[in-house]
Write a protein that binds this ligand. Structure first.
Ligand code: ADP
Ligand code: ADP
Length: 237
């Protein structure tokens, strides 16, 4: 489903973000990417969705290269990929519903999305998504009125409304307290299991990775230093 072939990313200031990465992720996997700050976790996720161009190598999504894709082709690939960030990335002054409907933008003409009128089916998808993360009652609240955990669940609902096949979550719980962390991780796990969404989550803490993931990828200085089932991941790694 996702394949990285000899991927390197060198930033304009010559910092190496990733160095010769080879990885392949199967459909429905729940992968935790762990490593110290600066290990390359974020660079890895941003490369998969091509939020930046890689310097070397190739990345295939469902057999198609995202490295060389352009225009319509790139949009079609990206439709399948939902991103979740540490900082939620919601439109703060918009309603929760409108934030979730933003997941539908890739399915419509630019004009329609500028005018902000989404078809009934999209509304249904949005409410279904909010229901799945137990936050329907907040549909008409302003996004910034919600707690951090609720905002992250809105972000999850947005990728559900997007009907993404892949979720890339970059430290989704880094700014949340332990209880909220558990709720958000539970939601990610639930949709992975119920909908079979391939999920890659960057995590700071190995304990969380062990609890939720089925596979752990360890990065250090832009290189893969561990890749295996949770049962084989020890603390030093
Ligand atoms: P992690 O997510 O594991 O903390 P990152 O992927 O953010 O690691 O960073 C990997 C390396 O790339 C680090 O050395 C970091 O300083 C560097 N880096 C990340 N983003 C940039 C950038 N925009 N410009 C230059 N260097 C960067
Ligand atoms: P209002 O439009 O007066 O803010 P509504 O209850 O109609 O209140 O809508 C609440 C939120 O949902 C608003 O952000 C609104 O723009 C959005 N919304 C409602 N219906 C639609 C729709 N069909 N397509 C897109 N957004 C909608």
């Amino acid at each position: 489903m996702i394949e990285l072939r000899n991927v390197s990313k060198v930033y304009p200031n010559a910092t190496k973000g990733l160095n010769g990465i080879n990885l392949s992720f199967g459909e429905g996997e729940f992968i935790a990417v762990v490593g110290l700050s600066g290990a390359g976790k974020s660079t890895l996720l941003r490369s998969i969705n091509r939020l930046h161009d890689i310097t070397e190598g190739d990345i295939l999504i469902g057999g198609k290269s995202i490295t060389t894709a352009s225009g319509k082709e790139l949009r079609l690939i990206r439709r399948n990929i939902g991103m979740i960030f540490q900082s939620f990335n919601l439109v703060k002054r918009s309603s929760v519903l409108r934030n979730v409907l933003a997941g539908r933008v890739g399915y419509h003409s630019t004009l329609r999305t500028i005018l902000g009128r989404f078809p009934k089916e999209d509304m249904n998808l949005a409410f279904e998504a909010l229901d799945r993360v137990n936050i329907v009652e907040k549909a008409y609240a302003r996004a910034d009125e919600l707690s951090g955990g609720q905002q992250q669940r809105v972000a999850i609902a947005r990728v559900l409304a997007q009907e993404a096949k892949i979720i890339l979550a970059d430290e989704p719980v880094a700014s949340l307290d332990p209880l909220t962390t558990k709720q958000v991780m539970d939601d990610l796990k639930k949709i992975n299991q119920e909908l079979g969404i391939t999920t890659i989550v960057n995590l700071h803490f190995i304990d969380l990775a062990r609890e939720y993931a089925t596979r752990i990828v360890g990065l250090r200085a832009g290189e893969v230093v561990f890749d295996g089932p949770v049962s084989e991941a020890t603390d030093e790694k």
